[in-house]
Design a protein around this ligand. Structure first.
Ligand SMILES: NC(=O)c1ccc[n+]([C@@H]2O[C@H](COP(=O)([O-])OP(=O)(O)OC[C@H]3O[C@@H](n4cnc5c(N)ncnc54)[C@H](O)[C@@H]3O)[C@@H](O)[C@H]2O)c1
Length: 231
């Protein structure tokens, strides 16, 4: 694939490594200094997929511009989820292709599945109180993390609203260079039950994003990891 990387930061660089290893070509690299290139369709000619990892403040605009250029777009930027419906609608109107996940780790996506299943069970056991905790490196701009936000939202829908965690009550720790730990804990007077995922590095996130981008090329519509993993 010919790939445009939008956001050449920690994730953009890790994704580039995985792309090269898998025989793909990075034909365009965009960061703050040259982001104006996204305004011109001509610059995106020959790009099979754009992979966007920038920031909460810039993701919406970048994704919009990539889709307007007619390029299938995958984003992993977090902290802009309130505007996702608008992007989904735009993608539909343009008959484009958009893929989004707040976390591209394969293990975290299994955690999402466990979380939904567990929420259904625990909704019937009111003696348990639920809490969500996440730990990330000190450079992370948004809190709570997009992944913690997804855990809370999916827990609520899987339990038909019986379980609820206020987004402001999600516990966020920022420590050193921690790649990402997410834990959902149910606690009663008698015991504690937790499900947890701890990333060892950013590589798992980059690999998941590249595999999802390979899957996206040739498809039309709005997709997420459940579509890709078919779980
Ligand atoms: N979905 C996932 O699996 C996942 C994994 C890790 C990080 N993230 C998210 O991805 C985003 C990036 O993370 P990171 O660790 O690479 O951050 P980073 O700060 O290391 O890199 C972000 C890069 O984007 C650039 N940028 C900022 N505004 C831009 C613009 N308008 N156009 C082009 N480039 C611009 C910055 O200059 C920087 O180089 C964050 O929102 C983070 O939370 C998601």
């Amino acid at each position: 694939m010919n790939v445009a990387i939008i956001g050449y930061g920690k994730m953009g660089k890790e994704i580039e490594k995985v792309l090269v290893e898998r025989g793909h070509k990075v034909v365009l690299t965009i960061d703050v200094d040259n982001s104006y290139l996204l305004d011109c369709k001509e610059n995106m000619k020959g790009v099979d997929v754009a992979i966007e990892f920038t920031s909460p403040a810039t993701a919406y605009d970048n994704i919009k511009r990539c889709l307007m250029c007619g390029v299938p777009t995958l984003s992993g930027s977090t902290g802009w989820i309130e505007q996702k419906n608008e992007i989904d609608t735009l993608c539909g109107n343009l008959n484009g292709a958009f893929f989004y996940s707040s976390n591209y780790s394969l293990g975290v996506n299994v955690l999402f599945r466990l979380n939904r299943w567990l929420a259904k069970v625990m909704a019937q056991l009111p003696q348990y109180e639920v809490k969500i905790e996440e730990t990330h490196h000190v450079h992370k701009l948004d809190a709570p993390s997009g992944t913690a936000w997804t855990l809370a939202t999916e827990m609520e829908s899987a339990s038909d609203g019986k379980l609820h965690v206020e987004r402001g009550d999600i516990i966020s720790y920022r420590e050193g260079e921690v790649p990402g730990i997410h834990t959902v804990t149910y606690e009663s007077e008698e015991d504690t039950l937790s499900i947890s995922h701890s990333a060892k590095s950013r590589r798992g996130l980059a690999l998941g994003a590249v595999l999802a981008a390979e899957w996206l090329v040739g498809r039309k519509g709005v997709f997420g990891m459940d579509d890709f993993l078919a779980i």
